[in-house]
Design a protein around this ligand. Sequence first.
Ligand SMILES: O=C(O)C1=C[C@@H](OP(=O)(O)O)[C@@H](O)[C@H](O)C1
Ligand SMILES: C=C(OP(=O)(O)O)C(=O)O
Length: 472
Amino acid sequence: MFETSSFDRPRTTSGDLVVDGGRPPYPAAARSVTVPGDKSVSHRALLAAMLPGAPSRLTVRNANLGGAVRALLPAMRTLGFRTTVAADTLTVEHGGPVTPQPKRPHPDITRWPDGVPYLETGGSSAAARLLIGVLAGLGRTAVVDGDETLRHRPMSWLAEPLTRLGADIVHLGDAGRLPVLVRGAVHRPCTVELTVGSAQARSGVLLAAVAAGLPVTVRHPVRSRDHTERMLAAFGATLTESPGEVRYDGGPVTVPPVVDVPADPSLAAYPVAAQLLAGDGGELSVRNVCLNPTRLGFFDVLRRAGADIRYRDMRLGSSGESAGTIAVRGGTKGVDGVRVDDPATLHALIDEVPLLAAVATTLPGPSWIGCAEELRFKETDRLTTTAGMAAAFGARIEVADDGLLVSGGAPLSAGHVPSYEDHRIAMAAATLATCLPGRTTVSGGACHRTSFPDFAEVQRAVGARITEVTPR
Ligand SMILES: O=C(O)C1=C[C@@H](OP(=O)(O)O)[C@@H](O)[C@H](O)C1
Ligand SMILES: C=C(OP(=O)(O)O)C(=O)O
């Protein structure tokens, strides 16, 4: 799906999204929608099947079935797990046939390690990093690789702390990048200090520790999404948290046979934003959404700025997560601008930055989204690509070293907008286009399938006119 000679401006190979924007001629069909299961919880639930203490058959219900989660399945089959997908249920069983994956050619690698399983996780960094953590905990030797995009993303964030815990991680191509050879289990109980807020890095270390039964203390600069901590605690691990630190005592976990995944708040953000941008005064609710506070930054920032967004009917589920309804009423009237200027809030909306910036372009006043330097290391440099997408609508937006400054109040118009083959940029652009009269074509917008396969259907249910055009 991705061919590139330049990291930030890949050549588009996905189909386009075409949006006929402006106020729909009919009232929105649905006042209540659902979105797919949470991507992060789905990744963790799948990998839990590899932990000591896992059942021989693990069922993950309401899993996210986008490309990023599916990217783990071939790797798991290479490791001898049988994987089955039926509707939104994923099943992982021990003792399946070993199905090797083809090796992706690498310009600097002429010979791959002999007799070592080769595991490729496409473009999903969460899949690669969490898998590396589990392998390093189990002491299972394997090569982990990714597609051309993922090979650009930093793996040293995780490889360095794992090496400190005693794992042997060899970068086979570029230093600090995929592919890596993971061999030798973590075995040194110690304290590791993370220098980035990445939840994937912290989770990779914790999964390694739990897979090895190794006591560790992880110090971290910001408490980003804590799904791993919640899930491991729900499975019986003793984790002690204090500010800037999480300790694991080395004790066992018991993984239940069924894990239920709540809906993804990062995906709920798109219909909520479409409803706010339509501003027709009605109420829209998104049901059964993960209401983990480390994920609710998009809604919280807009609430603080004056939007009418509420959380309701909260209850606890089997993955250690609480879920409930997000209800939004009215538009953005009275909201002047939005502001993100602390790392915890930024991490609580890290994947929603393109969407928050898109909403900010429609507000009258200035907006600032800061503490966002890690966004430069996503599928694309999302500070640059968010600005490129917004500018294509006519927005005035400046890229700073660590954030985005949106001037607000600029006249916006429909037109041709790039997605850079980045699903978050594509969905943010298509959502903004719903409120702009005229036709917008989001080139390569069909890459939304990475995380939200039924994006267009859900947005149509809230009144948007979106179609997908297959590439010629
Ligand atoms: O832990 C996870 O599942 C994820 C964490 C975030 O990445 P970082 O932790 O690297 O910021 C997020 O952007 C990604 O979509 C999924
Ligand atoms: C950045 C993302 O995912 P990952 O880091 O797992 O590729 C994302 O889904 O927006």
